[in-house]
Write a protein that binds this ligand. Structure first.
Ligand SMILES: [Zn+2]
Length: 336
């Protein structure tokens, strides 16, 4: 056990762009655009929902006021400033072409350009580095996913480096979306998908075998399946674990922080990382996640350095950026 502290350099690789929108930012946009979103906020001004399905509905309602590339420019600045305030030096966010011009390639280019411009400005001002992962929305179905895959493939490059899938994991199978993932892979994009959050270990197996992803969003259901854990380790797949999100949403394998599988997975040398998913929805941020891990499992600088280095290894960015990130992480956590 090492010294308990959570103030070192952090790397985040599972963050939904719209899901990171501060509630006050969405409220301000709603009032400017005269959209009534009062139902999605509680008395204290936070987002309100009581189940995963309702969470998706609240999330999509909040997205309705994000209507222009300029809105996404300001959203990106707000998100990255929040990240910087929690010691995040590198973040990858999930960008859904469906929420940026309904997966029309020309419209998506404009949205992505605005997001990249905001990321460049934040980098100049705060040093934070961002990369984008285009994502299809599972419950919108495979045909819509193909459109998102095409948007991703057409804009693959130094900033947009990955493709993935979010949304309701209970709909269909991972393999139904193989066309979109194949298109993205052929364009040189790195791949991840949400699996093993609500779906069982079979969903994780399908993600690995049918979509050939190198990272899994959540993946915590593998804790029930020792053979799957061995396969994840053998294939060096990284899990994008979001403990606060799992506990807030009541995922069955994580009824509380103390029972969250991240400790058992870490102890079995699975390549785990820690991210916040949709932080304001779950009343969390990366500082709180690290603090909770310190309080619950006694983790400190040594463990946080491993988590952060795992995230650097799994990051969808170039080798030179990784080298710089790794140096900053090691210096800040273990002074090497
Ligand atoms: Zn997620």
């Amino acid at each position: 056990m090492s010294e308990p502290r959570a103030d070192g350099a952090k790397i985040e690789i599972h963050l939904h762009h719209e899901g990171a929108a501060p509630p006050e930012f969405i409220r301000r946009l709603a009032s400017e655009k005269k959209v009534d979103l009062s139902k999605i906020f509680d008395d204290t001004g936070g987002y309100v929902f009581t189940s995963f399905t309702e969470f998706l509905r609240t999330y999509e309602a909040a997205c309705t006021v994000l209507q222009t590339p300029q809105d996404f420019y300001h959203l990106t600045r707000a998100i990255l400033e929040e990240c910087v305030s929690h010691g995040v030096i590198y973040t990858e966010t999930f960008l859904a072409p469906d929420f940026c011009g309904n997966s029309d390639v020309a419209a998506w280019r404009d949205y992505l350009a605005a997001i990249e411009e905001a990321a460049n400005h934040a980098h100049q001002e705060h040093g934070i580095v961002m990369r984008g992962i285009a994502t299809c929305v599972r419950h919108m179905g495979p045909e819509q996913a193909k459109k998102s895959g095409l948007c991703a493939a057409e804009t693959a490059g130094d900033f947009l480096t990955g493709f993935g899938m979010g949304g309701d994991e209970s709909i269909g199978h991972q393999g139904d979306f193989a066309y979109a993932f194949d298109m993205a892979r052929e364009a040189g994009l790195r791949l991840t998908t949400h699996a093993g959050e609500w779906g069982g270990s079979q969903s994780v197996r399908e993600a690995i075998h049918d979509l050939n992803v190198e990272r899994i969003g959540h993946g915590v259901q593998c804790i029930k399946d020792p053979a799957l854990i061995e396969e994840i380790k053998a294939r060096q797949i990284t899990l994008e674990v979001c403990p606060g999100s799992n506990v807030a949403l009541g995922v069955d394998v994580a009824p509380s922080w103390a029972e969250h599988p991240i400790k058992a997975l870490f102890d079995q040398s699975v390549r785990v990382t820690v991210s916040t998913d949709d932080p304001p929805f779950f009343h969390t941020n990366l500082t709180r996640e690290y603090d909770m891990l310190a309080d619950t499992f006694g983790w400190g600088a040594a463990e946080f350095c491993v988590l952060s280095e795992n995230a650097v290894d799994a990051a969808f960015c170039d080798a030179e950026t990784k080298k710089t990130l790794r140096e900053k992480v090691r210096k800040s956590w273990i002074n090497i």
